[in-house]
Design a protein around this ligand. Structure first.
Ligand SMILES: Cc1ncc(COP(=O)(O)O)c(C=O)c1O
Length: 463
């Protein structure tokens, strides 16, 4: 036991000394006791002290197949032994990557025709921006370059990904967003609609705001619009009724490509294969990552529609080879992992499970928490949800940012053994798609206990 503690302390010390962590205060980490996760099975992970957690975030929205899937580990091991690496530049290929491209196209909405592989959601979105710019250059519209995204969107951390993300805290210190990137309002009905406005009216207002933005900038300068079907890291924001129906015709009217960022929504999270299926979208480009391999190894894929592909093909005569790609594009081990993961999703009916258990999760979260005085809104769809905390339920007044209320609830939930995610004023859920109704009951029980502890703390602080 003591030996184990010494071992863990040594890991923590070396981590503090040498490891710069993503989305972590550099100064705070230098003083922190990093939590070491050591193993996972099903929907649970265990840390170095032996404490078990129900991971209601599937890591970072990605372990869709759950932890400890032998089939995926075996596929990784067997492909690593056969051919651990070969590139896909200059028409080289490997069987897992070639077959994976074909498999993704057969799963995707009908308009998709080609796949470009990468290693992360961020790089896939950067690839999309480059494809969009290339597309308009080939078509002789070099001034058509601006990308419209939405506030609080998350599209990654690379230069273009972070520029498209509508998160001010990702911009200031890095001189972002780059020019050519514009943000319009996020479609959050509960928070932003006017009193008495219906969802349809609010959607029409957002569409008109988008069109104003396009006209103000000059439609001849706007290349593409990017949107997650349900905003994830923004705090899980499903679109209001009629939103995409109102937006898409405006994009078509002004010859603006539509990129659906399916990095979270794809591979079953909303109870259908794609967020695009749920909302009847036919995007020109789709970004996927996370659930493609359930996070077992990194992989991403851009799905390219026939319409865009035709122009890329035309571009060869003018530009020669498509001069974009990564060492790890079409990585054979990642592709083998993706196949095994898709076999699990299909074989175990995980998309259907996400719909069935997702409906149970949504209903139970609403029943248990919607009336709680600290809860402003319970929202979500399928196996993605969030609970937004408010200081005043009637007026929807948020807590002061200095209270960091969602972060505090997250800490209390960790003590309960439940991993959720603090996002702005909300706490989110995005569990593995293998979740059972019993797991949902446990989530509700632990959340309830954490929320009561938070209530007591806040009441004491006010007294
Ligand atoms: C919608 C969306 N797009 C892109 C990304 C970036 O993915 P990655 O962290 O793999 O670069 C994320 C990550 O959370 C995401 O949620």
């Amino acid at each position: 036991m003591a030996e184990n503690q010494d071992h863990n302390a040594a890991v923590q010390q070396v981590d503090r000394k040498t490891h710069l962590h993503p989305f972590t205060s550099a100064a705070a980490h230098a003083e922190a006791t990093p939590q070491i996760m050591v193993e996972g099975q099903g929907v649970h992970v265990r840390d170095d002290t032996g404490k078990q957690y129900l991971d209601a975030m599937a890591g970072l929205w990605c372990v869709n197949a759950g932890y400890g899937r032998q089939e995926i580990a075996d596929a990784i091991s067997s492909q690593s032994r056969r051919l651990p690496y070969y590139h896909t530049f200059l028409s080289m290929t490997n069987e897992p990557a070639a077959r994976l491209a074909d498999r993704l196209i057969s799963l995707a909405p009908g308009s998709m025709s080609k796949v470009f592989f990468g290693s992360s959601g961020s790089d896939t979105n950067d690839t999309q921006v480059k494809i969009v710019w290339y597309y308009h250059n080939v078509l002789g519209k070099p001034e058509k370059k601006k990308i419209i995204a939405r506030q609080r969107a998350y599209h990654g951390s690379t230069l273009a990904g972070a520029s498209m993300s509508g998160m001010p805290h990702m911009h200031g210190a890095f001189d972002l967003p780059l020019d050519r990137f514009i943000h319009v309002d996020q479609p959050h009905y509960w928070r932003h609609a006017s009193a008495g406005q219906t969802e349809l009216e609010y959607s029409a207002e957002l569409a008109s705001e988008l069109e104003d933005c396009i006209v103000r900038n000059g439609p001849e300068t706007i290349a593409a619009f990017i949107a997650e079907p349900v905003q994830g890291a923004a705090g899980v924001i499903p679109p209001p009724e009629g939103y995409f129906e109102a937006i898409v015709p405006i994009l078509r009217k002004h010859d603006i490509l539509f990129i659906a960022d399916e990095v979270i929504c794809g591979f079953g999270r909303l109870g259908q294969w794609w967020g695009s299926d749920v909302f009847g979208l036919k995007p020109d480009l789709m970004s996927t990552a996370k659930g493609l391999t359930s996070g077992y190894v990194p992989m991403s894929a851009c799905l390219i529609s026939e319409r865009v592909w035709e122009v890329l093909r035309e571009g060869s005569a003018q530009y020669g080879p498509f001069a974009h790609g990564y060492t790890y594009s079409g990585h054979p081990v990642a592709a083998a992992a993706a196949h095994a993961n898709l076999d699990v999703i299909e074989g175990d009916g995980l998309v259907e499970n996400a719909a069935r258990v997702g409906a149970y999760l949504q209903q139970n979260l609403r029943e248990a928490f919607a009336d709680h005085p600290l809860v402003g809104e319970v929202r979500g769809l399928g196996l993605i949800a969030a609970i937004e905390l408010v200081k005043d339920k009637e007026t929807k007044t948020p807590f002061d940012a200095s209270v960091a209320v969602a972060r505090r609830l997250h800490e209390l939930l960790m003590e309960e053994g439940l991993i959720c995610r603090p996002m702005f004023e909300s706490v989110g859920f995005s569990p593995p798609l293998i979740l059972t109704t019993d797991n949902v009951d446990s989530i509700v029980e632990m959340f309830s206990s954490g929320l009561e502890k938070l209530t007591v703390e806040l009441t004491a602080a006010r007294a």
